[in-house]
Design a binder for this molecule. Structure first.
Ligand code: SF4
Length: 460
């Protein structure tokens, strides 16, 4: 069912304690990011450089994709192209079938989430095990990730304890993170050993060398790829960087922006298949060239999925990732999602205060809040605004453009608020704004009246 962001957020904010905890936890990560970036004086230069490298790459994407494909093929890698999610899933299934594989291990990949690969493979009788700890937790719970870097950030350790009790047989009420992590490690080791094919995401694809780079903190991608006979790396076309020497700019920015670490624990380069093994790279478009063709929104393809814009966003922190109903939540998701389905995601560009904090923290300088504002115009022009918002905005613009009507309207509102019963002015059906807020007491006079009075008293 299609739910708007406010409707879904309402479910999340019902639990005030969880909302506060979610807000504080992500703010803690944002503060770690601040401390980490202030520790390197050249951080702003790095941001500028990263932004320019990405702008350059996007302006010549065809050239770099061709160069990347040629280099990868020369390394003995099999390269596949997918125009959309269906093609991507079919290519992956085809490779699995060719090898008779029934058990795969998968490290974190937002692209495979976007393509809904897990349910697709399950439907075709393939057992998929997500090996990133957070991903495994939400896989047990049959939930999508709620954050691009911290997929289970909406869960408390008590929730994880309950989940592991149900699926891994840990003691009921166990919530010690060390004990729970040990249980997950033991469980995952058996899956790694029996995995026939390893699927990984791609953080960066280097055109010059044809290699893909995967960054994880748990080393799970490395373990999966090393033990399995076949490695399938799935990447969006925007993951390219031109040269190996560009990589350091991004790895220095990625970990600092994401979690405040100086560097991600494991940064692994996969260039060619090991002896007797196969390596495949699936390069996916799925709406990206459409976004590339929209000049106002092209820069959103520079995203390196660090999650910093989510950690700083006051709306995301208080409404949770699931309320966005899109693979990538938060400010960047609110820019990417209308490109894929404007009707379904029309409420997301409005789920923002436009405070600009997302733009301030973005390591590749995406003008996120400007794009959110622009999407609002595009959504309006495409008649996707709810009738109530459309007419109320029209009415408001009339009122604000006429000082006489504005003054009269203010007077009527002040008087009405004084005379009408509280139950009427705060009725949820009539005034959704007052659902969680008390209306301010109406002032006795308008600012203009007060100012004139001060003037006549000689005070102004
Ligand atoms: S838009 Fe910028 S801040 Fe947000 S996830 Fe992407 S790179 Fe990070």
């Amino acid at each position: 069912m299609n739910h708007s962001h406010p409707e879904l957020a309402e479910q999340f904010v019902k639990d005030a304690e969880r909302t506060t905890w979610h807000d504080e936890t992500l703010w803690f990560v944002r503060q770690k990011r601040d401390r980490s970036i202030y520790a390197i004086p050249e951080f702003q230069e790095l941001r500028e450089l990263a932004s320019q490298i990405k702008n350059h790459t996007l302006s010549r994407l065809h050239t770099y994709l061709t160069q990347f494909e040629e280099a990868a093929r020369a390394n003995g890698v099999q390269v596949h192209w997918a125009a959309n999610a269906e093609e991507h899933n079919a290519i992956v299934l085809n490779i699995l079938r060719k090898h008779g594989a029934e058990r795969i291990v998968k490290s974190k990949s937002m692209l495979t989430e976007e393509c809904h690969l897990n349910p697709y493979l399950l439907q075709h009788g393939i057992q998929v095990v997500d090996t990133d700890l957070g991903e495994r937790i939400i896989q047990f719970r049959n939930e999508p990730p709620s954050h691009v870097v911290l997929p289970a950030i909406h869960l408390k350790k008590e929730d994880v304890g309950e989940t592991f009790h149900l699926h891994l047989g840990t003691l009921k009420g166990e919530k010690d993170p060390q004990t729970l992590t040990e249980a997950a490690r033991l469980h995952l080791r058996t899956k790694f050993v029996s995995g026939q094919v390893a699927i990984s995401g791609v953080n960066f694809a280097v055109a010059e060398t044809g290699s893909v780079v995967v960054c994880t903190n748990e080393g799970n991608a490395d373990l999966g790829v090393t033990l399995a006979k076949v490695h399938i790396a799935c990447m969006g076309i925007e993951k390219l960087i031109p040269r190996l020497t560009d990589l350091g700019v991004f790895t220095r920015l990625l970990a600092r922006s994401a979690t405040g670490q100086p560097v991600t624990t494991y940064t692994s380069h996969y260039t060619k298949p090991g002896p007797g093994k196969e390596m495949h790279i699936v390069i996916v478009d799925n709406g990206r060239t459409k976004q590339l063709g929209r000049p106002d929104f092209r820069a959103s393809l520079k995203c390196i999925r660090c999650g910093a814009c989510m950690n700083t966003c006051p709306v995301y922190r208080r409404s949770g990732g699931h309320s966005y109903d899109f693979t990538i939540p938060g400010p960047i998701g609110a820019i990417l999602s209308p490109n894929i389905d404007m009707h379904k995601h029309k409420s997301l560009p409005f789920a923002s205060t436009l405070c600009g904090s997302c733009t301030d923290v973005c390591p590749v300088k995406i003008d996120i809040h400007t794009q959110l504002y622009k999407w609002r115009q595009v959504i309006g022009e495409n008649n996707e605004l709810p009738a109530s918002k459309k007419w109320s905005m029209k009415l408001l613009s009339r009122v604000l453009s006429s000082p006489g009507v504005y003054g009269w309207g203010g007077k009527v509102a002040r008087e009405s608020l004084r005379l009408l019963p509280h139950g009427f002015t705060h009725a949820k059906a009539l005034n959704p704004w007052a659902k969680a807020r008390e209306m301010p007491a109406p002032p006795k006079q308008s600012f203009r009246e007060w100012y004139e009075q001060q003037n006549s008293n000689g005070k102004a």
